[in-house]
Write a protein that binds this ligand. Structure first.
Ligand code: SF4
Length: 884
């Protein structure tokens, strides 16, 4: 490698520091964790470790496209500006909108927000962060008067008890989970409690798992508040000195239910609930770490405040080793919040509810047309597009046709919208397909700017390569459109550092005791030089005169950002989810991330090793439900809600509660014919945060009655427009397609030749066909090298794919390999290793199981020593432990 550049991982909100070894000539990347970065101290998870495999030109959007034709920047930008101008002139500023993303850098986000709110004059800019943590924002603002995360990662090592609520950190924030695991190893007395309807990988280190009924969290924390009061565990001095409204919160909690009733509502053993309450009450250093299981709810804001109430009541906030802690999903969800990327925010943590804030931002920007009221949040924004109220929308770096609830309606909304612009680094996504104008944005390895992680830490993301094709930074693209709209003077930017300086200056503008103190203040960076910006070290805000080197914890002095300076208890009356299961849709659908994929897979699916762990869309089903609904393990099932449907592979597991299902959120039309979970999810939202209830949709499940099942491994990409069910994943030197259909083709050999190709280089076919039983196997071999293999059966149980995939690594097939292809039994030197557990070293479940049995391995360390599994990124440790 020529040089190592320090940058930041573009995936989750942990915000890990990376050292990227760059070979400029070959675009090769060697990725290692940055040992000096305080977010991860050198650790990376499987996704971060595989970043080097995701940087490729294939699939990139390289040039602007206008109405499907390659174009140039001048034409494309002119069209965007003219179309926006025309829509505004005819229908008003609220007829246009931007839908942005937690993938944008802070500088991109700042410019987008400034253009929309400050100069176009509408607050119709929202972001996919709405789907992720807007309930935390609302909860923070109600309790603290500002959207402030009080603590920092350092606190995990100082805690006596960590409660994970609605958070499978083991899969979704793996490096934080590793830090908690390390804290537990160093201090076995550290109590870990997981509150989650599912038994997830995070339960691996838990002393107590509370498999709470979906949606009942606020009852549980109201019950805790009562318990703390009854057992004299509240901090009366803190409550009196630093908070308000305790009596009302307590009254609401007390009027709810007794511990026994809470246990009943939450469907928990009362003794387990008492243990949790006892532990919470008995430990001073408690961290409540919560995530999408809390936020993605029609009462998400109340759930957040029910947790914060318990911390305020015990004074456990603002000190080392304690506090409520929201884990953000995206790499720059926090940066988006700082610049006002949500439709109900102004920039720099200012708010539409305060006319002085509107005036302040307008004066700072020199804007005469600033929006004076909140705009449309995500779900309502796409409803407005569907209803024809928004005539032009600009989508930046996100894929709402997959990720938003009621995603089929979103797709229809975009089809109907008169003008859709998408800026993205990827050419083909479910959303780019619907765009009139495509603008090529720079990708992670090309972009330059800053991001902020879950603990308020601002880090630099640095450019590693020169841009692919005509790709440009998002801030540049927005600036060019702003200038064309006549706002040249307000958008003079030439470099990201200029935007960062302005952003920092705004954060400090009239931010004092005379005008009112705001939490977000990085004014110390307002004059940062370009070289210092280049060298900027990871720093936690605020960074100002009082805290020139940043600040680890907020609220240490008990001062909050409310009018009175005191934190606010919020009286919580718990509510059940809006849509309950019913006769037609008797099950609850939960959705979430899986270990090795990111969002709609546009980047992680490029890394072969990230596709091995869960290569297919799946649905977790409890054994009782599997029996009740006639679902066999590994068969296929239809899932249907009022809003839409999908097909997924059945994974029967006792880790799922009876009556509820779980599906991953990642699959789009690019990777599966019917795998978009967003199509099913109800579009119900929290009345305060406007965040959708993505974890509670009534659904039904039925077996998918396939006439045939099969799979293909092929060196070349294939298309299956005529097959009802297909799922694609990329392997090391092949593509894998899982297939099923309701109608049989007239003749399998003809179908195979049509699909796999039968021309050129004299392919040799090996075939086995039992037309009576419906079995067909074929291998296409060229120059004694495997080109493709196809297996068809009337049953869903098919040969393992891993050893077959191994044959693609052979330069020349042995006779035993050819025999294996025909019989469907692995050759001796390519044993069937089962599902891949350790993606870093490609170690499968069967290999681990036999090593445990045959060699008497007893610990995770034994397995690491023997097979290397789990010794690199550690993301698979929970699963290895489960096998033990
Ligand atoms: Fe990236 Fe993994 Fe770190 Fe998240 S935990 S920032 S995905 S390396």
């Amino acid at each position: 490698m020529n040089k190592y550049v320090k940058t930041t991982c573009p995936y989750c909100g942990v915000g890990c520091g990376i050292e990227a070894g760059v070979d400029e000539a070959g675009h090769a990347l060697n990725i290692r964790g940055d040992k000096t970065h305080p977010a991860n101290f050198g650790r990376l998870c499987s996704k971060g470790s595989a970043l080097g495999d995701t940087v490729e030109l294939k699939g990139r959007l390289l040039h602007p496209k206008v109405y499907g034709q390659q174009s140039n920047w001048t034409e494309a930008l002119d069209l965007v500006a003219n179309s926006f101008r025309a829509a505004i002139a005819k229908h008003g500023a609220d007829a246009v909108a931007i839908y942005a993303s937690g993938q944008l850098l802070t500088e991109d986000y700042y410019v987008a927000n400034k253009l929309m709110k400050g100069f176009i004059g509408s607050a119709n800019i929202d972001t996919n962060s709405r789907l992720c943590m807007s309930s935390s924002v609302s909860g923070h603002k109600r309790a603290f008067g500002a959207d402030t995360v009080p603590g920092c990662y350092e606190d995990f090592a100082l805690a006596e008890m960590i409660v994970l609520i609605g958070s499978n950190a083991a899969w979704c924030h793996p490096v934080i989970f590793q830090q908690i695991r390390a804290a537990k190893t160093a201090n076995p007395q550290l109590k870990i409690v997981v509150i989650d309807p599912r038994k997830t990988g995070s339960c691996d280190i838990a002393d107590l798992h509370l498999p709470i009924a979906s949606g009942s969290d606020a009852w549980l924390f109201n019950g805790l508040l009562q318990y703390l009061q009854r057992h004299n565990a509240i901090d009366q001095r803190y409550i009196e000195a630093h908070t308000e409204n305790f009596a009302a919160a307590l009254k609401a909690a007390a009027s709810s239910h007794s511990t026994e009733q809470v246990a009943e509502i939450c469907r928990l053993p009362v003794e387990d609930l008492r243990i949790f309450y006892r532990w919470f009450s008995g430990h001073r250093n408690v961290i409540s770490l919560y995530s999408q299981g809390i936020n993605q709810s029609s009462s998400g804001t109340d759930k957040v405040n029910s947790i914060i109430n318990c911390h305020l009541a015990t004074g456990r906030i603002g000190k080392p080793g304690m506090g409520p802690f929201s884990l953000t999903g995206q790499p720059n969800a926090m940066g988006g919040r700082e610049v006002g990327g949500l439709a109900n925010q102004l920039a720099a943590h200012m708010d539409f509810s305060n006319p002085a804030d509107i005036d302040r931002v307008a004066r700072f920007w020199g804007s005469r047309a600033i929006a004076n009221k909140p705009g449309l949040p995500a779900v309502e924004l796409f409803d407005a597009i569907y209803d024809g109220k928004v005539k032009a929308v600009w989508i930046m770096g996100t894929n709402p046709a997959v990720s938003l609830p009621d995603a089929d309606k979103v797709r229809q909304a975009l089809r109907q919208c008169p003008f859709v612009v998408v800026s993205d680094c990827i050419a083909d996504t479910d959303t780019t397909k619907l765009a009139h104008v495509l603008l090529p944005a720079q990708g992670w390895s090309e972009k330059d700017g800053t991001v902020t992680n879950s603990e308020r830490r601002i880090s630099r993301q640095r450019s590693l390569f020169s841009p692919a094709g005509d790709a440009k930074p998002d801030w540049w693209i927005i600036t060019q459109v702003a200038r064309r709209l006549g706002f040249e003077r307000a958008f003079p930017y030439q470099r990201p550092v200029e935007i960062f300086r302005e952003h920092a200056a705004l954060s400090g503008f009239e931010n004092d005791s005379r005008h009112g103190l705001r939490d977000f203040d990085i004014s110390a960076f307002a004059g940062i030089s370009a070289p210092d910006y280049d060298k900027l070290q990871p720093t936690q805000w605020p960074v100002n005169q009082a805290n020139p080197h940043g600040k680890a914890r907020m609220f240490e002095d008990g001062h909050f950002f409310t009018v009175s300076g005191k934190a606010q208890f919020v009286a919580i009356t718990p509510r059940q989810p809006v849509n309950s299961p019913n006769k037609a849709y008797p099950l609850v659908l939960n959705t979430g991330r899986q270990r090795d994929q990111w969002h709609t897979m546009t980047r992680t699916a490029l890394a072969a090793r990230l596709n091995q762990h869960k290569p297919e869309v799946f649905v977790d089903v409890h054994p009782l439900d599997a029996e009740r609904y006639g679902l066999l393990p590994d068969s296929l099932a239809w899932l249907e809600s009022i809003w839409g449907s999908m097909i997924a592979r059945v994974h029967v597991t006792p880790d799922q509660q009876p009556g509820s299902l779980f599906v991953p959120m990642h699959w789009s039309e690019q990777f599966a014919s019917r795998g978009r979970m967003g199509a099913l999810v109800n579009p119900v939202i929290d009345p305060l945060s406007r965040q959708p209830e993505s974890k509670h949709t009534p659904v039904r499940i039925t077996p998918y009655q396939a006439a045939w099942h099969g799979f293909i491994l092929s060196r070349h990409e294939l298309t299956f427009n005529d097959v009802e069910y297909w799922v694609k994943s990329k392997g090391e030197s092949y593509y894998r397609y899982e297939l099923a259909g309701e109608t049989l083709p007239p003749n399998w050999p003809d179908w195979a030749r049509a699909k796999l190709g039968n021309s050129g280089q004299s392919p040799c076919w090996q075939e086995y066909h039992d037309s009576g039983l419906g079995h067909y196997r074929a291998a296409r071999i060229i120059d004694n090298r495997l080109e493709s293999v196809l297996v068809i059966s009337p049953r869903h149980s098919l040969p393992e794919r891993n050893w077959l995939a191994g044959l693609f690594g052979r330069d020349s097939l042995e006779p035993s390999d050819r025999k294996a292809l025909l019989t469907g039994m692995p050759p001796q030197d390519l044993p069937d290793c089962g599902n891949i557990i350790c993606s870093c070293f490609n170690v499968g479940e069967k290999t681990i199981r036999s090593a445990i049995q045959e060699q008497g391995l007893k610990t995770v360390r034994d397995i690491g020593n023997c097979l290397k599994a789990g010794t690199n990124c550690g993301s698979c440790l929970s699963e290895i432990k489960a096998l033990l």
